[in-house]
Design a protein around this ligand. Structure first.
Ligand SMILES: NC(=O)c1ccc[n+]([C@@H]2O[C@H](COP(=O)([O-])OP(=O)(O)OC[C@H]3O[C@@H](n4cnc5c(N)ncnc54)[C@H](O)[C@@H]3O)[C@@H](O)[C@H]2O)c1
Length: 221
């Protein structure tokens, strides 16, 4: 069984993945046992893993807070650097639809990850930075997938009060199949990929087409 490590494994998405990714032996890394700000502890935790999924995040920084948390930058840097140092071949990082502003998108075409992103908040800008660091490490040989997650919640509901939620919802089932596809594909083309993680929702804004064969099966009505 392949071994993978998940940072922030006790959170919303981490819990979904720990339940859904049945073909992997998962090292669940979260506070208080593992602090992702501590580089040395990551070197130990990442040893022998076939992939790392980086979800740990200080939620004081979110798309509504208007502020950034230095801890998030430290964690992002630590995870890439430690993965490279111990020879983990592939890393999946949690970016966000907030990396590229989507509220009020009026064009007929869908938002593509190929566009130059204009973040909608300091939080979104932190995600763009996370992706930029990924490009840097991809050049150094690490395979990097940045998933721009839409909305994942504990209830698996497409009906949440946030504006446009139903258009960016990602079901638990689609979340697990997307991460499975990212883990299972033999190679990440050019070592780097950004993919939108949204279900096939009514009024969808984002283009989820991708070179790894992932297709959502759920969608808001
Ligand atoms: N849930 C969503 O709808 C959504 C949407 C877009 C992007 N994302 C991104 O996905 C990631 C995970 O989101 P989530 O909803 O599961 O968040 P969450 O807050 O539920 O989980 C984050 C986890 O990170 C852990 N954590 C925080 N600081 C840590 C540290 N120093 N060391 C170790 N662990 C630490 C927390 O304890 C928590 O369990 C985040 O990067 C978030 O920005 C989530």
């Amino acid at each position: 069984m392949r071994r993978i490590a998940i940072t922030g494994a006790s959170g919303v998405i981490g819990t979904v993945l720990r339940r859904g990714l049945k073909d992997f032996r998962i090292a669940a890394l979260d506070l208080p046992q593992v602090d992702v700000r501590d580089y040395k502890s990551l070197l130990v935790a990442f040893e022998g893993q076939s992939a790392v999924i980086h979800l740990a995040w200080d939620w004081k920084e979110n798309f509504q807070s208007g502020s950034a948390s230095p801890d998030n930058y430290v964690m992002t840097c630590n995870v890439y650097r430690a993965a490279r140092e111990v020879g983990v071949p592939r890393i999946i990082v949690a970016s966000s639809v907030h990396a590229d502003s989507f509220h009020g998108w009026k064009k007929r075409s869908l938002l593509s990850p190929d566009n130059t992103p204009v973040p909608d908040s300091p939080y979104g800008a932190s995600k763009v930075l996370m992706e930029a660091l990924g490009r840097y490490y991809a050049k150094k040989g690490l395979e990097v997938v940045c998933i721009r997650f839409g909305g994942v919640n504990r209830k698996d509901s497409a009906n949440m009060p946030e504006r446009d939620y139903g258009r960016v919802w990602l079901s638990h089932r689609d979340c697990c199949s997307l991460v499975s596809a990212c883990l299972g594909v033999p190679r990440i083309p050019n070592n780097f990929l950004i993919v939108y993680g949204v279900s096939d929702n009514k009024g969808r804004i984002h283009d989820f087409s991708n070179p790894i064969g992932w297709q959502p099966v759920d969608g808001s009505k």
